[in-house]
Design a protein around this ligand. Structure first.
Ligand SMILES: [Zn+2]
Length: 213
């Protein structure tokens, strides 16, 4: 689709932690990374998924655009808390095996845990918080959004943002944020690119997110 030929999407910053709706997060209880990856479909949704939080800063948003982005972030949290999100990642298959393309050597279960850890390359604490800055801009091209490895900022094109549903925005924001965790994909389209971590899991977020519109 019109995702970027380049990197990915993004957004901006708002200085507020947009999650005060959930006062239940206790940042003291994360799994040790050494045990990640051993989830099975029979396991309950882990507490880090139920308590997944966000801290997003917004740049260059109108009030209504901010409202839409906040709704998209809320959808991401609702999606991450689902059993379906866990199981679709654990069971994701490419080329006959449970794996993602460009998986960095990680198993599906480890990728799930890395998402819950939310240790961005540039903010490497395992804080269980999706940290990002999102900036809106407009350009009349086919780039929905993008980011770069050396910045925590994600840029989102209002050409698409303004007409997307909140689930569509969530899809793209999560794609971009997965880049912040260090996951990459082919720059140019290939059929396997859709099975990369950002594309595949972004799609999963968009799919499940439609249930929360
Ligand atoms: Zn991307």
């Amino acid at each position: 689709m019109k995702k970027l030929t380049v990197l990915i999407l993004l957004m901006s910053l708002m200085s507020t932690a947009c999650n005060k709706s959930d006062g239940s997060d206790d940042p003291g209880t994360f799994y040790d990374a050494s045990i990640y990856g051993d989830y099975s479909e029979d396991d309950p949704v882990p507490s880090e998924a139920l308590n997944f939080q966000s801290n997003v800063t917004f740049v260059n948003f109108t009030a209504s655009q901010r409202e839409k982005m906040e709704r998209a972030i809320e959808i991401i949290k609702l999606v991450v808390a689902t059993d379906e999100f866990k199981n679709r990642i654990l069971n994701y298959t490419y080329d006959g095996k449970k794996q993602f393309v460009d998986n960095g050597g990680y198993t599906n279960g480890q990728i799930y845990q890395l998402i819950l850890n939310a240790a961005e390359t540039l903010q490497p604490s395992k804080n269980n918080i999706m940290d990002a800055e999102v900036e809106l801009y407009y350009e009349n091209n086919n780039v929905v959004g993008y980011t770069y490895p050396n910045t925590r900022r994600i840029w989102v094109n209002t050409k698409y943002f303004n007409s997307y549903t909140a689930a569509g925005v969530a899809h793209n924001l999560f794609h971009e944020w997965l880049h912040k965790l260090g996951f990459t994909h082919a720059v140019n389209y290939t059929s396997s690119r859709n099975s990369s971590v950002p594309y595949a899991i972004g799609n999963i977020v968009g799919d499940i997110g439609r249930n929360f519109l």
